[in-house]
Design a protein around this ligand. Structure first.
Ligand SMILES: [Zn+2]
Length: 238
């Protein structure tokens, strides 16, 4: 049974290596996704702002055209004033000129507001783009670093898995499922027993059980944490 325990210790060591690798193989791709998600989110915000800026510029262009059209309306009307015969017609034209001028003054205010808005948005956009470029560099570096780590992990996973299969083959077929069950429950399937207690969960072991354990005749589980108990004493006598 002592040999079995030594084999199980090897198996446990390999399982713990595999667990670490698998944990990292889960962790690093998630971190890469998180980096990509954040970059996407920032890109979306920038694109939204670019669209806003374009809408503002379009509105401004339209208003400027309207301003020009009105100016030519005013110019023509002012020229016509000299050709007018009746007072009524003169008044109507004068009224048109006044109203168009008032409308233009409103348009000019709107254009000024749009220019202010566009300037604010433009500088905000510039900040965001600069920040994005910095973060993009930083994250891209991290992503390629993590991709290399993942590649290394995948490369080391296979031979360790093969080693595990080899060592599993050396474990008594009746003991292996006991080990697997304890490993699944606790991670570490083995627990050292010392001074009549389990050093993992610290319970006191019944003397009879402890004595039986010292003989190493069969696999004994800790009554509390259900790990496979082993003793160091036997090892010394070997
Ligand atoms: Zn225990």
């Amino acid at each position: 049974m002592r040999e079995q325990i030594i084999t199980l210790e090897k198996l446990q060591n390999i399982d713990s290596q595999l667990r670490e690798i698998e944990k990292d193989l889960d962790k690093y791709p998630k971190e890469i996704s998180a980096f990509n998600d954040e970059l996407e989110k920032r890109k979306d915000i920038i694109n939204g702002k670019k669209e806003n800026l374009k809408e503002i510029e379009d509105s401004k262009t339209k208003l400027e055209q309207q301003l020009k059209d009105n100016q030519s309306v005013i110019k023509k009307a002012e020229e016509r004033l000299f050709e007018i015969k009746t007072h009524k017609e003169y008044e109507a034209l004068q009224k048109e000129i006044t109203e168009t001028k008032r409308s233009n003054s409103e348009i000019e205010d709107q254009i000024l507001n749009l220019m202010e808005e566009s300037e604010k948005l433009g500088s905000d956009l510039k900040d965001k783009e600069e920040k994005f470029s910095k973060i993009n560099d930083e994250y891209s570096e991290k992503i390629s670093e993590y991709e290399m780590i993942i590649e290394d992990l995948e490369n080391s996973h296979k031979p360790i898995k093969e080693e595990k299969n080899k060592i599993s083959g050396l474990v008594d077929p009746e003991v292996l499922p006991v080990y697997e069950k304890a490993a699944k429950r606790n991670g570490e399937a083995l627990a050292l027993a010392e001074n009549e207690s389990c050093t993992t969960c610290h319970i006191h072991l019944p003397p009879q059980l402890y004595n039986e354990l010292l003989t190493q005749k069969r696999i004994i589980l800790c009554p509390s944490c259900k790990r496979i108990l082993y003793t160091a004493q036997e090892q010394e006598s070997e």
